[in-house]
Design a protein around this ligand. Sequence first.
Ligand code: SF4
Length: 453
Amino acid sequence: MKTAMNINRQFVFKSDKRPANFESTSEAEEEPPGKSCLRADSEEPPGKTAAGRNRFFGHIPDYLWNDWKWQFRNRITTVAHLAEFIPLTSEEQTQLKLVTMRYPLSVTPYYLSLIDPDDPDDPIKKQAVPSILEITMGKVGLEDPLAEKEDSVVPGLVHRYPDRALMVLTDICPMLCRHCTRKREWHHGGWVRSESEFEAMLEYLRRKSDIRDIILSGGDPLTLSTRRLESIISRIREIRHIEIIRIGTRFPVVLPQRIDEELCAMLSRHGPIWLNTHFNHPREVTPQAAEACDRLLRSGVPVNNQSVLLRGVNDTVKAQLKLCQSLLRIKVRPYYLFQCDEVQGTEHLRTPVETGIKIIEGMRGHTSGLAVPTFVVDLPQGGGKVPIQPNYMLTHAGKELMLRNYQGNLFRYRNPRARTQLELTAMAGLLDEPDSPFKSKGAEDADRVIVRS
Ligand code: SF4
């Protein structure tokens, strides 16, 4: 294994101060280029922990580490570069090179720093580092399981549901998540919608007055510069029937430095804007991620989480409880837990649907309802999302339901039938009659909380 101890240092920074000529953003460099230029040196600074950032990036000063464009430019995109950080045998490297020919690799230095390189089962690594199973099992599943291409009304605009539409602004993401539903787009090499394509999308939206909700997606839309995003968002805002804008982004998780004051100030000018992000494991809820979400919330942008159920990453009650409770602590609402879509190249990360049901069952009642996401299967061929719950209603006969609570105890529950106001008045008049059928039956009623499993 090649360790960072023997890698030549290219960046040696003696000071945390920015050089006088350092510019994070120039007009010409608003969006970071896709190429990686980092060479690692994991020579650990004396007296610092071997974990996390310091293990690999201790020599990178804060002003660079906290600059999202630096992080973006220095993504790890080759197997050889990855092997400078993660132990990989030469056989593994050969295999992963084959995988990346079909499904490329991209990890930000920040997200890489969350990996425990010595743990073969590290849940962060499983999301970021390719697996040979992506190609050896690559024929299982579908290329476009949600049939997004078919619902594309103009290039980049998916209009499937009556009142909402999805705008795919770019195919670029800071990290390529190995479970991504849009893996089919990865080899198309990094594009951003042109001005004319965007204008065509706007023109469609202007004509469709039923659309009240726009989802900006990708790739990751926050890859675009704040200035370009503002140009897009402000023109959507000019369409009067569009009520809300939602942004789907994994930046708070994989590159929280992107959620800077400039971005948040821009978003606050164009609300209501909602942001859906994608935390999958409690170790992703770092202080930096918490600060990013806090900046969004303080700017009036509610943050919801849509996690994906992944084998060996978060497929236990314990992991999901910890994830969702950690999210509540940073005021992010656990919204959806998605069954991993049947995308080619992800079969090794998928779990049986029953796993998701058991997880929800293990959470509901055992923690605050706010911490329990809705478990959802996104149906193939554009069938839409179906929520799947454990079965709590065991029978439904006549006026009574048999319900099961989170402890497994059974309850008879009186089910009132729909009544008109007239019926209610008549019923109230009969309540004083000695043999009124509407009266509560005392002990018999108390008996409804009866059956123990
Ligand atoms: S951020 Fe989303 S779109 Fe981008 S690779 Fe990850 S899952 Fe796919």
